[in-house]
Design a binder for this molecule. Structure first.
Ligand SMILES: [Cu+2]
Length: 69
């Protein structure tokens, strides 16, 4: 299992969390998406190699501002 982590500081509530999670869960090869509102961290586990910039692009597309660690 591959794992990519990044931060989305502008997630503030359950709706934000659901939007970010939903955007990432639909991607091919993604096995699980864990989102912490407390730490603003997103962890994506996948069976294929995913690209950090691509993942952050999908989060940007749903209206948030992701940051690399
Ligand atoms: Cu929100």
């Amino acid at each position: 299992m591959k794992e990519i982590r990044f931060r989305v500081p502008d997630m503030t509530c359950g709706h934000c969390e659901a939007a970010v999670r939903g955007a990432l869960e639909t991607l091919e090869g993604v096995e699980s998406v864990a989102v912490s509102l407390e730490t603003k961290e997103v962890t994506v586990q996948s069976i294929v190699e995913l690209d950090l910039a691509d993942l952050m692009g999908f989060v940007t597309a749903v209206g948030f501002t992701p940051e690399a660690f």
